[in-house]
Ligand binder design. Sequence first.
Ligand code: TYM
Length: 326
Amino acid sequence: MKKILTGLKPTGELTLGNFIGAIMQMRKMQDEYDSYLFIADMHAITIHQNPSELRKRIKDFLALYIACGIDPKKNIIYLQSENEYIPAISWLLECTTYYGEASRMIQFKEKSKNNANFSVGLLTYPVLMAADILYADIDLVPVGIDQKQHVELARDIAIRFNKMYGDTFVVPQPLISQTGTKIKDLKDPTKKMSKSEESPNGVITLLDDVELAKKKIMSATTDSEMSIKFDEEKKPGISNLINIYSSLTGKTISEVEKEFEECNYGTFKKAVANVVADTLTQIQEKYQELMQGDALDKMIDEGIQISRKIAKEKFETMKEKMGLHR
Ligand code: TYM
């Protein structure tokens, strides 16, 4: 059985963009693949986080994964920082990664721009991401388009390490979904809907009040035409809403265009708002259940044990191949 893995950083709150871009894909694939899903909390601290807020978000994220339909019986679910072998593996990989490669990463360039005091972790972050993937010999990494470059770097690192020290890692591939790859901000549909977005009306979080979420869809930026047609360049707002509707209903883009051929923007937005509201209601009900009792902790304890065992073996293999032993 092929292996898939993905992670989410607990910065800001989980959004509809994360749900459509990453979690929904994992949910579809959990029956066909050996699946790993983790909270990338060590990635979150590349930028300063308030410790008590981070702790709360970690628990929310874990509960939300499961509330979103990720089945702990079919997935290995864990918290990255509870696996101490991952940063150890990351160090060994850092020593086989070029500075030029790391500093070319678009996300690094964007986040370090206009910030003289960015952390070294911001630069080495994609190598930690490579460790997240390579330790478990992952075949496919479902991610949004913004993470594609990082997965490609993980591939390059794996290929280089295999050449230098002999076959050690499976070379992973990014898996970008057809629709919903990049859900945009509702107010500024040229930007991605981001967890840390400062435009609260442009972002729908999974724990948003359902009525408020509907209002956000109803007031989403569109255009002055009246046609519900997918055209990301000329009609980014409508295309974003089509993407959301198509992803949540499983209908294709052309089916959505056909369904709303005769409708005005108000009617279309109402339909999108209702689908979003149904999705959020289901997720929030399960989330509330999971936040009570200790069932959630037990699920995560199981996941981390498996993850640590696999990572320990890979770490020992790497050390041996690199000559790090007596
Ligand atoms: P993060 O936490 O920024 O985002 C988590 C996942 O959600 C996708 N995503 C989106 N997809 C569609 N539309 C959006 N608006 C949107 N916003 C985010 C991201 O592409 C990502 O797939 N470095 C990663 C976390 C990570 C990871 C890994 C992922 C750490 N190690 C190993 C895969 C494998 C990150 O910051 O994702």
